[in-house]
Design a protein around this ligand. Structure first.
Ligand code: ADP
Length: 480
C-alpha cells in the first residue's frame, strides 16, 4: 500500500434537503407544470435518482415570460436603482451564508469534486452578485451613455458544467441593469437553480423578477422563440448556439452567446516547467475538463517536449479520481451517460487516427460515469481530437519549433475562447498574446476568473462578453 495514501474525508450531505419533486418557479412561487410532466435528475457518481424535476411546456414558458413582463413593467423598472442594488447585495450575502449547502448540492447533482464547488463555483457565484450589486446605481458611468436602458425581459439558458456559477453570470448583470429574467437550467443540473429560487424568496425579491423553468432542449427553444423575450443570453454548445442565432435572426431580439472552445496552452522552452505542468493539469483536468475555456490543446516547444511529458505523467499519476464528496478528490464523475459516450467516441477517434493514448493507473468506481485523466501524444492538426471540443479530461499534445508556428497552430481552429502562454519573458507574452485570436488569454497561469474581467470568444466561440463593464453593456441599450 502507498504509505502516503489519504484517509477518506467525506463531506456530509446532511446540510442539504432535497425534495422528492420540484415544480417551476414562476411569479415568486413554486407551481406544478401545466404539462403535468416530470423527469428524474440523478447523481452521476452513483446513477441514483436525487429528485424529479418539472418539464416545462410552451404553456409554462408563456406563463413565466408573462410574469417576468408584469414584474418588469409594474415593479422592477420603476424601482430606484439603489434599491435594486440592495436586493443583489442581499442575494450575495445569503449565497455566502448558505454556501456549503449550495456546494454539496452542486456536487451531488453535477458530479464535480466538493473541493471545486466549495472553493470555486459558489464563492465566484457570490462574487458575481457582489460585483454587480455595486454597479446597479452607477450604470450611467459604465460607458453606455448617460441614460442606458434595460432590454426588458431576458431569456437565459445555461449549461451543466458550472450550473450555479453560470446562473450567477447570467442573473446578476441582468438584475443590476434592471431587466427581469426567465432562466432555464440544463436538464441534468437544475437543483441549485431551484435552491436559488428559494433564496429569491428569502431575499424578498419582488414576484416575477426571476422565474426558473426547468426542462429540456425543447423548453429552451420555446423560451428563445417566445415573442415576449427581448434578449436571449445563452451558454452551451456551438451547435445549439447556431440554432438560436438562426431562430432569432430577423427578430428584434438581442443575443449574447457563449459557446465552445478548443484552447491552446502554449509552453515555450524558457517556461518554469514545474509551474507549467501545474497549469496544464489545472487547464484540462479542472472540473473533469467540462470547461469551455479548458486548455485542451497543449502546444509544447519541441526542445522541452520530453521533459514536459515526463513531468506531466508523474504529476498525473498523483491525480485522485473518485467520490466527488471526498475532499481529497481531484476528478469527479462525468456529468451524464451522454457526455461520457461523447468523450469515449472522440478518444476512440484519437486511437483510430494514430495518436497515442496514455492514462495513469486509476481505480474507476463500479457505478456512475467516469473517465480517467488522459493524454494523447503524436497528435496532428487534422486529427479530430485536435479540432473538436471533447469537453472531458482528455488532452491533445502537439509540438512546435518557433513562436510563429505556435501562434499559427493555436489559431488554427474555428473557436477562439481562451489560450494560455507559459514563458519567463514578458516580451514573448505580449507578442504572443497580440497574435492570438482568443477572448481570454492567461499568462503563466490558467483558468483564473474574476467578475470584473470580461469573458467571451472570437469566431465560433460566441458573441458578446460576460463580466466587467463589457458584460453590463450586453444587458443595456445605450442612449445618450
Ligand atoms: P452542452 O454541450 O453543454 O450539453 P447544449 O447546448 O446541448 O450544451 O445545452 C446547453 C443548454 O441549452 C441546456 O440548458 C439545454 O437544455 C439547452 N438547449 C438544448 N437545445 C436547445 C435549443 N434547440 N434551443 C434552446 N436551448 C436548447
Amino acid at each position: 500500500m502507498n504509505p502516503f495514501e489519504y484517509a477518506p474525508a467525506l463531506e456530509s450531505t446532511s446540510i442539504v434537503t432535497i425534495k422528492d419533486r420540484y415544480g417551476l418557479f414562476i411569479n415568486g412561487k413554486f407551481v406544478a407544470p401545466k404539462s403535468g410532466k416530470y423527469f428524474p435528475t440523478i447523481n452521476p457518481s452513483t446513477e441514483k435518482k436525487l429528485s424529479e424535476i418539472a418539464l416545462a411546456s410552451t404553456e409554462d414558458v408563456d406563463l413565466a415570460v408573462k410574469a417576468a413582463r408584469v414584474a418588469y413593467v409594474k415593479v422592477w423598472s420603476k424601482m430606484p436603482a439603489a434599491e435594486r442594488g440592495k436586493y443583489l447585495f442581499r442575494i450575495a450575502r445569503i449565497l455566502q451564508e448558505r454556501s456549503r449547502e449550495f456546494a454539496v448540492l452542486e456536487t451531488l447533482d453535477n458530479g464535480k469534486p466538493i473541493r471545486e464547488s466549495r472553493d470555486t463555483d459558489i464563492p465566484l457565484a457570490a462574487a458575481h452578485f457582489f460585483y454587480h450589486a455595486g454597479w446597479a446605481d452607477k450604470l450611467q458611468y459604465s460607458g453606455n451613455g448617460s441614460g442606458p436602458k434595460p432590454y426588458g425581459v431576458v431569456g437565459q439558458i445555461i449549461p451543466w458544467n458550472f450550473p450555479m456559477l453560470m446562473l450567477a453570470w447570467k442573473i446578476a448583470p441582468a438584475l443590476a441593469t434592471g431587466n427581469t429574467v426567465v432562466l432555464k437550467p440544463a436538464e441534468t443540473t437544475s437543483l441549485t437553480a431551484l435552491l436559488f429560487a428559494e433564496i429569491c424568496q428569502q431575499a424578498g425579491l419582488p414576484n416575477g423578477v426571476i422565474n426558473i423553468i426547468t426542462g429540456e432542449g425543447a423548453t429552451g427553444a420555446a423560451l428563445v422563440n417566445h415573442p415576449g423575450i427581448d434578449k436571449v443570453a445563452f451558454t452551451g454548445s456551438t451547435e445549439v448556439g447556431k440554432l438560436i442565432a438562426t431562430s432569432i435572426a430577423g427578430s428584434k431580439k438581442a443575443a449574447t452567446l457563449e459557446l465552445g472552445g478548443k484552447a491552446a496552452n502554449i509552453i515555450y522552452d524558457d517556461a518554469a516547467i514545474d509551474e507549467a505542468v501545474e497549469g496544464i493539469v489545472n487547464g484540462i483536468f479542472f472540473n473533469q475538463g467540462h470547461v469551455c475555456c479548458a486548455g485542451s490543446r497543449l502546444l509544447v516547444q519541441e526542445s522541452i517536449q520530453d521533459e514536459v511529458l515526463t513531468k506531466l505523467k508523474e504529476r498525473m499519476a498523483l491525480i485522485r479520481l473518485g467520490n466527488p464528496l471526498d475532499k481529497n478528490t481531484d476528478i469527479g464523475a462525468i456529468n451524464s451517460a451522454a457526455q461520457l459516450a461523447k468523450i469515449k467516441e472522440l478518444s476512440a477517434a484519437g486511437d483510430a487516427e494514430g495518436a497515442e493514448r496514455w492514462s495513469p493507473a486509476c481505480n474507476i468506481p463500479a457505478d456512475g460515469y467516469w473517465f480517467p485523466p488522459t493524454i494523447f501524444t503524436g497528435v496532428s492538426q487534422t486529427h479530430r481530437i485536435a479540432r473538436e471540443e471533447i469537453f472531458g479530461p482528455v488532452l491533445s499534445i502537439l509540438t512546435f519549433r518557433t513562436p510563429q508556428e505556435a501562434v499559427e497552430k493555436a489559431n488554427n481552429t474555428p473557436y477562439g475562447l481562451s489560450a494560455g502562454i507559459w514563458t519567463e519573458k514578458g516580451s514573448k507574452i505580449l507578442w504572443t498574446a497580440s497574435k492570438l485570436r482568443a477572448g481570454v488569454i492567461w499568462a503563466n497561469t490558467f483558468n483564473k476568473f474574476d467578475p470584473a474581467s470580461p469573458f467571451g470568444g472570437y469566431k465560433e466561440s460566441g458573441w458578446g462578453r460576460e463580466g466587467g463593464k463589457h458584460g453590463l453593456s450586453a444587458y443595456l441599450k445605450a442612449s445618450n
